[in-house]
Design a protein around this ligand. Structure first.
Ligand SMILES: Cc1ncc(C[n+]2csc(CCOP(=O)(O)OP(=O)(O)O)c2C)c(N)n1
Ligand SMILES: [Mg+2]
Length: 330
């Protein structure tokens, strides 16, 4: 878990540097080697690492618009993921999806920029696993700001009524862009939503990777053993703006400071030290992960850009000729 968490943190620090190249002084979102939006998950690492520690390649994970820590913990190919973020032809989606649309069929990972979008496909994957009599499970990650989406409730209901092997993981970082959770709901924590569907809801209310690991172990094993879904609500922290370039004018200074003070990576390092892991061991893990990340970024930046003539390949779209000529109505 420590390896995954420090990989994710360093990866995002490096992406942050690359992202800002060419975008200053006036913030130009389309400039630089990573054009478009970039949502960093620094502060969410305990959730991805603690949950995915229980998953195999054949288990399915769907993630939201803040996906890097989850993708890394699920074992998504780091080089092809980085090429995708840099918009290169060898990226996971041939450079057409960008950082919110990473798909890696080798480890059954997908993410989406549409919030709560991953819930129905995770339920579908869980239903497929059950019908095929496998013991694979599916996990849908979403933010606390997405729990009032209809698709989330429909997914909880279908998963509960069919006893499907799926775990819903809400990452609660207190904010949905500029909207604090208490302004959009009177429900104190999202785990309570499970009661309405008669399924277990568990809240992990601090950024402790070990506590996440333990709660996720029970949930994933329950799903794998055929005992149905669980809803986990995990407190994480948002160390940065909603997206790169967010000045966070809406956010009180004390809140930024409080979130930065709760570092789950430091907390896990302290736990590891208590169990006899030395500072040298930890430094050597960090060194290896930094090399791996630097290699992936250097490799990705060296990859070709997609050919513009391929823009309409591999996409769902109405055929122009069909639309003009009446076509077949697709
Ligand atoms: C269906 C839909 N509505 C609105 C948006 C715009 N949007 C992008 S992120 C976001 C807030 C998400 O907050 P949360 O789910 O808490 O995730 P966080 O960004 O805090 O990780 C919104 C409203 C969207 N992407 N999809
Ligand atoms: Mg949030």
């Amino acid at each position: 878990m420590y390896d995954d968490m420090v990989t994710a943190r360093y990866y995002e620090e490096r992406l942050q540097e690359e992202y800002l190249e060419g975008k200053q002084p006036a913030f130009d979102i389309s400039a630089g080697p990573i054009p478009g939006e970039l949502h960093l998950a620094a502060g969410h690492e305990a959730s991805g690492a603690g949950v995915c520690a229980h998953l195999r390649d054949d288990d399915t994970v769907t993630a939201p618009h803040r996906p890097h820590h989850i993708a890394i913990a699920k074992g998504v190919d780091l080089k092809r993921m980085t090429a995708e973020i840099f918009g290169r032809a060898t990226g996971l989606s041939k450079g057409k999806g960008g950082h919110m649309h990473l798909f890696d069929p080798d480890v059954n990972f997908a993410c989406s920029g549409i919030i709560a979008e991953g819930c129905p496909p995770a339920v579908g994957a869980a239903m497929a696993a059950k019908k095929r009599n496998t013991d694979s499970v599916a996990v849908a990650f979403l933010g606390e700001g997405a729990v009032d989406q209809g698709g989330f409730f429909e997914s909880l209901n279908l998963a509960a009524v069919h006893d499907l092997p799926v775990v819903f993981v809400v990452e609660d970082n207190d904010w949905a862009i500029s909207m604090p959770i208490e302004r959009v709901t009177d429900v104190e924590n999202s785990a309570e939503r499970a009661g309405g569907f008669d399924l277990p809801g568990v809240r992990v209310d601090h950024d402790d990777a070990v506590a996440v690991y333990e709660a996720a172990e029970e949930a994933v094993m329950r799903a794998r053993d055929g005992n149905g879904p669980t809803l986990l609500d995990i407190q994480v922290h948002r160390r940065m703006g909603h997206f790169m370039g967010d000045a966070e004018a809406y956010r009180p200074d004390e809140d930024v400071a409080a979130h930065k003070a709760r570092d789950s990576i430091e907390r896990l390092a302290a736990t590891l030290r208590d169990h006899g892991v030395t500072d040298d061991d930890l430094a050597s893990i960090r060194e290896t992960t930094e090399e791996r990340v630097d290699d992936a970024i250097a490799w990705a930046k060296d990859q070709p850009e997609p050919d513009p003539s391929e823009a309409y390949e591999d996409v769902f779209t109405n055929s122009l000729s069909g639309a003009v000529e009446g076509g077949d109505g697709r």
